[in-house]
Design a protein around this ligand. Structure first.
Ligand SMILES: Cc1cc2nc3c(=O)[nH]c(=O)nc-3n(C[C@H](O)[C@H](O)[C@H](O)COP(=O)(O)O)c2cc1C
Ligand code: SF4
Length: 479
């Protein structure tokens, strides 16, 4: 290894230190707001746990020791009893997923940590790694042992230069201390960790695209079944879990599955980190028990909507989950309650829009993201996201036509559940939900031939707006 990266930013103590510049900043999970049952962020604010020594002084890696004394089956039963559900978006029960990985087939098995974290609005994994990388590594080691694997991979988002460096150093420290390598904690059980940084593609967070990318192929999804648990990395049984999911594991092993199962609602137990961004006074990551109300999160933790404005729209789980509105302020943040309200908990990424935000513009920006990130493998997504972006561009610019709204609805229906992977479904969410809740805003753009929020468009005598529309290539789709 070359010279260790240094933190020369203010507050740095030389060498690689806890979260430079970024987090103490606006994260409020550790210090602001009323106390909550924190588990995986309980140590935020304590810079000591960034290092291996500090983490161990706090009891770190004792859960791994406990786990190594258990059989794989017993360990999986503990995680099953906890009711922990995947934090990467789909909420699949973690222990059940672990039990799906066949052992003793003669093939190697692999554990893969998904640290791609590219969903707009989602930023819990990054801070978990930046603050306490060994908590994650301990969870990963336990999961690797539980499925009888000796090889763990970490797939890190391409843009995450700093977290990638933090993790590389933490892994090196753990190897040096005999936590990874030929004999984990002196038990004779071998675990090796391979870290891979992607090239910056959202689709590589989708588990099968991630595996293709890890194998050196183009990052495009694969047909399921077979599911990765049976035929994953290099055609072998593979477990894939999100970073936040894995961070919960040492605590479950230490305190027991029943302890975890008692926190929050029965079907969505535990705590969740909610990443709050957008128009709030204190954006940041907040760990609260599952089932907490959005109102509690916003008003008691995130400081409320910025400048005292009214809440207009919010996403419960990142940009790919349907928007909800002010009417849903008292909705509980757990898988079942959010589904009952018409959306998805996803990654728990709450993007807040206030009364001054133009929903058409927000939707146009989101669909542009999906159009850019579509891997192009299948037609409904490749074409649908591109055309959706164009239609939204012209509506926002004041060139929309009344028939554009049924056109957008038709587009959504032809994409939803008709594409190869869930990226396309995610792209449809902002379109369908914004039309459902804010159709009047779309109609106003079309009727007034301008954006009611910015005033831009041909509906007002404004040559600059026309020129701007032309510059953006809109003329070719104006018909
Ligand atoms: C387009 C797309 C992007 C995704 N990105 C991520 C991601 O960045 N991180 C993640 O953990 N899961 C992501 N997922 C979900 C994964 O496919 C997978 O369900 C998850 O990693 C499983 O981990 P869990 O069971 O711990 O939640 C994505 C899914 C899709 C369809
Ligand atoms: S839905 Fe989109 S991202 Fe997924 S495979 Fe098809 S083109 Fe690629």
């Amino acid at each position: 290894m070359g010279e260790k990266p240094r933190n020369d930013r203010p507050g740095g103590r030389g060498g690689l230190q806890a979260s430079p510049g970024a987090a103490p900043r606006r994260d409020s999970s550790a210090s602001d707001g009323p106390p909550s049952n924190k588990i995986i962020t309980a140590n935020w604010g304590n810079d000591e746990v960034f290092s291996l020594d500090g983490y161990r002084a706090d009891g770190g890696y004792e859960a791994l020791r406990t786990a190594l004394d258990m059989t794989s089956a017993d360990l999986i039963d503990v995680v099953k009893a906890s009711g922990l559900r995947g934090r990467g978006g789909a909420g699949f029960p973690t222990g059940v997923k672990w039990s799906f990985v066949p052992q003793g087939t003669g093939k190697p098995t692999y554990a893969v940590a998904n640290f791609d974290e590219s969903e707009p609005g989602t930023f819990s994994n990054r801070e978990l790694i930046e603050r306490e990388p060994h908590q994650f590594l301990e969870g990963l080691a336990i999961a690797t042992y539980a499925i009888g694997s000796h090889d763990a991979y970490v797939y890190c988002r391409g843009e995450f230069l700093w977290p990638d460096m933090v993790l590389r150093q933490a892994i090196a420290e753990a190897y040096e201390a005999g936590i990874f390598g030929e004999s984990v904690l002196g038990t004779g059980y071998e675990i090796n960790v391979i870290q891979h940084r992607g090239a910056g593609a959202y689709i590589c967070g989708e588990e099968t695209a991630l595996l293709s990318s890890l194998e050196g192929y183009r990052g495009q999804p694969r047909l399921r079944p077979p599911f990765p648990a049976v035929e994953g990395l290099f055609g072998c049984p593979t477990l894939i879990n999100n970073v936040e999911t894995l961070c919960n594991v040492p605590h479950i092993v230490r305190n027991g599955g029943e302890w975890f199962a008692k926190i929050g609602p029965e079907k969505s137990p535990g705590t969740k980190i909610f990443s709050v961004s957008g128009k709030v006074e204190r954006p940041g990551n907040y760990e609260l028990p599952m089932g907490s109300a959005l109102r509690t999160l916003l008003e008691e933790h995130a400081g409320g909507v910025r400048d005292g404005k009214r809440l207009k729209a919010w996403t419960p789980g990142g940009s790919s989950t349907p928007m909800l509105t002010e009417e849903h302020l008292d909705v509980h943040l757990d898988f079942e309650s959010i589904a009952a309200a018409g959306s998805l908990l996803g990654t728990g990424a709450i993007i807040v829009m206030d009364e001054s935000d133009c929903i058409v513009e927000a939707t146009r920006r989101l669909i542009a993201f999906y159009a850019h990130e579509s891997c192009g493998k299948c037609t409904p997504c490749r074409e649908g996201t591109w055309w959706g972006a164009r239609v939204l561009e012209r509506i926002e610019a004041g060139y929309g036509r009344p028939e554009d709204l049924p056109l957008l609805e038709d587009l959504g229906q032809n994409m939803l559940f008709r594409a190869f992977c869930a990226l396309a479904d995610g792209a449809v969410s902002p379109i369908q939900s914004s039309l459902k809740h804010f159709r009047d805003e779309y109609e106003a753009h079309i009727a007034e031939r301008r954006c009611p929020f910015t005033g831009r468009g041909p509906g007002v005598v404004n040559e600059t707006a026309e020129a701007r529309a032309g510059d953006r290539g809109l003329t070719e789709v104006l018909g």
